[in-house]
Design a binder for this molecule. Structure first.
Ligand code: NAD
Length: 264
């Protein structure tokens, strides 16, 4: 392992269990020397998140529901008190009513649209603003998106609209914070079997389809997402900001499946 993250401290938002993308990134950052703090959503998840956090030596493990702005404020106040400043932020949070991640986008309800956008899109802006205030020496921020924000994917629906907003937020935040030496990027991950991933209608079909038809003819692993996270959060990517970086075995570049893959 390297010392790429030695002396760097950061917050990981979005671990639910050891299948979470946020955990894949956290593990890699810790292995390369980072000191981590974690948030968890509600006491039910605390039981899973605390032991994971402890396994990478984290002491700050804080409750946070992004729908409750007071809990977001408290997280950054606690980090400010404990560390004084921070170097990086990982936001890997999304939610939408499962019943609307099925069928037509046109049937999205106003209530679920607002909630999906708040949790899966605007919460990143709110966290980024608070994290930037704790980054006097510069820093790096990372969020997670999916190709369903660029292109219409079956059943992804309102989550695709939220991801499009999230990706635009990455570009605007990169401009807002650029002069402070703070970089803002996103990883667009290929499908991974997680709690959130399983909530999308026909998830198994999408997973298998993308695996079969991506140029690499396979999916991606948590370790590969961790490696990309390490690159984007470390000084290795010092010249990169406002970028949507695909880690999807190349699926996003294809216009149509290879005929041999369709025949097999
Ligand atoms: P996950 O279920 O492990 O993580 C989702 C996290 O969001 C959970 O920790 C959950 O507690 C948190 N969350 C939801 N509502 C919240 C709220 N109100 N307040 C605080 N936290 C809340 O699933 P994941 O797949 O690791 O998802 C992480 C990110 O990766 C999401 O943004 C997701 O859209 C994105 N992503 C996932 C895939 C995939 O195939 N799994 C692909 C591309 C992008």
């Amino acid at each position: 392992m390297t010392h790429l993250m030695q002396g760097k401290r950061g917050l990981i938002m979005g671990v639910a269990n050891d299948h979470s993308i946020a955990w894949g990134i956290a593990k890699t950052l810790a292995a390369h020397g980072a000191e981590l703090a974690f948030t968890y959503q509600g006491e039910a998840l605390a039981k899973r998140v605390r032991p994971l956090a402890e396994s990478v030596g984290a002491h700050l493990v804080l409750p946070c529901d992004v729908e409750d702005i007071a809990s977001v404020d408290k997280v950054f106040a606690d980090i400010g008190k404990a560390w004084g400043k921070m170097d990086f932020l990982v936001h890997a949070i999304a939610f939408s009513d499962k019943s609307e991640l099925n069928g037509r986008y046109a049937d999205t309800t106003r209530g679920n649209f607002e909630r999906t956008m708040l949790i899966s899109c605007f919460a990143f802006t709110e966290a980024a603003k608070r994290a930037a205030a704790l980054m006097p020496d510069g820093g790096s921020m990372l969020t997670l998106t999916y190709n369903g924000g660029d292109r219409a994917m079956p059943n992804y629906n309102v989550m695709g609209v939220a991801k499009a907003g999230l990706e635009a937020s990455v570009r605007y935040l990169a401009v807002d914070f650029g002069e402070q030496n703070i970089r803002v990027n996103a990883i667009s991950a290929g499908p991974i079997r997680t709690l959130a991933g399983a909530g999308i209608g026909d998830a198994r079909f999408m997973f298998a389809f993308q695996q079969k038809h991506s140029p690499r003819r396979r999916g991606v692993s948590l370790d590969e997402l961790g490696g990309a996270g390490l690159y984007l959060l470390s000084d290795l990517s010092g010249g990169v900001t406002g970028e949507i970086h695909f880690v999807d075995s190349g699926y996003n570049i294809i216009a149509m499946p290879q005929p041999d893959a369709l025949r097999s």
